[in-house]
Each structure stands twice: as structure tokens, then as C-alpha cells.
Design a protein around this ligand. Structure first.
Ligand code: GUN
Length: 285
């Protein structure tokens, strides 16, 4: 039987703390932190994510503006909006919800956000800062994963961490964060041969592959820590499910996270933490 680590519980603790901090900061600086989220089109998953971000802001006391634009907005128009927000001293954080429509180059859009307001930590400046161990904004999901491991007092140093997935949003940055905590890290991906042979040697598995219930019991050694970063729909039930087959894997793991209620709530909480960090830097300039 594994211990189920509740990202939701940690998120609640962190959000309550931030709520109190925001009251103090607002007194000190005479204004609230301000996050602007840009949503292009009406992709249901994106709408749901953006709604969740707005609710978290409301809960913590962060001012939130959501700019909704139609699917046919031009790249130029979007870049103009970002330019205005970059130059608006009342805005601390800018987030463009991804994915964007095909006619818009997401790299160009991300690169146009000023790094000091890049609460996603996706700008090349912030990505480079992570890899060079220099101060910068760390992207939310990888940060949330490390916070969840620390919350459960799981030792990272000296452990073999196997990350399944090499995306810029999760796989690559979480691998770097684990390496910085002195784990020995293996990154697996779609072309990895003998995947199960590798995952069976892991002390910590980070599943960020984007395939429903991909990680099965026969891929996990007894006593492993299993962190599920997946956000998928179960084809038969239509319910939200992770990359890990929870029922199958849970009896073998020592610690495990669930979907929902695991890493998801921490991703949004880390976004709020990043927004506060940008606000404080901005106010203290
Ligand atoms: N779409 C899915 N995940 C994310 C995220 O973390 N940030 C942004 N901006 N878009 C996303």
C-alpha cells in the first residue's frame, strides 16, 4: 500500500499562506499583484485551465484580467497586446494559454513576453537561467513536482530518478531540477528501447508522457515513488486520468500521486507563487 501524496492539501497550505502575504504586500505597496491571462479561441481544455487560474487568483487576492480573443486574431495583433502589457507598469505577470491556433507561431509569442513578467517560465531567458543555475522564473509544473516531493519528505539526493517524457514544459525542466538536487537522472521518451527495464531501476518515476494509464505495475520496482503528471481523458469513462495506471501501480509504490488532486493543483499554485515573485521584484525595483 502506497502513501498517496495530496498535492491538493499542499496547494491549500500554500494558498492560505499566500493569501496572508498578499494582504501585507498590498498594504506595503498600495496595490495588488496583477496577472493577465490571454486566451485565444475556445478550446474547452484551455477554457477550463484559464477558469481555474482565475479562481485561484480570486482565492488568494491576486488581481486577474483575462483577455479573450477570437481564434482568427492575427499574430501581429496578439504581439501588439503583449507589447502593451509588457509596458504596463500595473501588470506583473503575463500568461498566454497554449496551444495557440496554427497560424500563430508560439515561439514568437513566448519570446515577446518580457522575461520579468513571464510567469510560465517559458521564455528562453528563463529557460537558460534554469540550465545555468541563475535566478529566473522556474516553470510551474516542474516546480510543483519538487515541492510535492519535499512535502512528503522524500529524499532526492543520490536517488535514481527516471523521467518519462522530454517536453519543454515538464520533462526537460524537471530533469534539471532533479539533477540540481543531486539525483541521478535518466530521461526516457518515445524512442527509448527497453523502457520498462529502465523504469524498473528507478527510485523515483516522473510520468509526463501524455498517454492515459501508460505506466503499469510491471514497469515499477517495489517501493518506488511514482509522480503522475498526466492530464488525460479515460476513453471508456470520459473521466480525467493520469499517465499512471493507479490501481495497478499503487500496491507496488511507496508513495504515489493521484490524478486529479496530485500535481495539477500545485501547477496552478506555483503559477500564483511565480506571479507574487514577479510582483515583488517589480515593486522592489
Ligand atoms: N497549456 C497547457 N499547460 C500550460 C501551461 O502550463 N502554460 C500555458 N501558458 N499554457 C498551457
Amino acid at each position: 500500500m502506497a502513501i498517496v501524496i495530496s498535492g491538493k492539501e499542499l496547494a491549500t497550505i500554500r494558498r492560505n499562506k499566500m493569501k496572508e502575504e498578499v494582504i501585507e504586500f498590498a498594504k506595503k505597496y498600495s496595490r495588488l499583484p496583477h496577472l493577465v491571462v490571454i486566451l485565444v479561441g475556445d478550446n474547452p481544455a484551455s477554457v477550463s485551465y484559464v477558469t481555474g487560474k482565475g479562481k485561484a487568483c480570486e482565492e488568494i487576492g491576486i488581481k486577474n484580467t483575462t483577455i479573450k480573443k477570437p481564434e482568427n486574431i492575427t499574430e501581429k495583433e496578439l504581439l501588439e497586446i503583449i507589447d502593451e502589457l509588457n509596458n504596463d507598469s500595473t501588470v506583473d505577470g503575463i500568461l498566454v494559454q497554449l496551444p495557440l491556433p496554427k497560424h500563430i507561431n508560439p515561439d514568437l509569442v513566448i519570446n515577446s513576453i518580457t522575461p520579468a513578467k513571464d510567469v510560465d517560465g517559458f521564455h528562453p531567458f528563463n529557460v537558460a537561467s534554469l540550465y545555468l543555475k541563475q535566478p529566473g522564473i522556474v516553470s510551474c509544473t516542474p516546480k510543483g513536482i519538487i515541492e510535492v516531493l519535499d512535502f512528503a519528505n522524500i529524499q532526492i539526493e543520490g536517488k535514481h530518478a527516471v523521467v518519462i517524457g522530454r517536453s519543454n514544459i515538464v520533462g526537460m525542466p524537471v530533469s534539471k531540477l532533479l539533477l540540481d538536487r543531486n539525483a541521478t537522472v535518466t530521461i526516457c521518451h518515445s524512442r527509448t528501447k527497453n523502457l520498462a527495464e529502465i523504469t524498473k531501476t528507478a527510485d523515483i518515476i516522473i510520468a509526463a508522457v501524455g498517454k492515459a494509464k501508460f505506466v503499469k505495475a510491471d514497469m515499477v520496482r517495489d517501493g518506488a515513488v511514482v509522480i503522475d503528471v498526466g492530464v488525460n481523458r479515460d476513453e471508456t469513462t470520459g473521466k480525467l486520468c493520469g499517465d499512471v495506471d493507479f490501481k495497478d501501480v499503487e500496491p507496488k509504490a511507496s508513495y504515489i500521486t493521484k490524478v486529479p488532486g496530485g500535481i495539477g493543483p500545485m501547477t496552478i499554485t506555483c503559477l500564483m507563487e511565480n506571479t507574487l515573485e514577479c510582483y515583488l521584484k517589480h515593486m522592489e525595483e
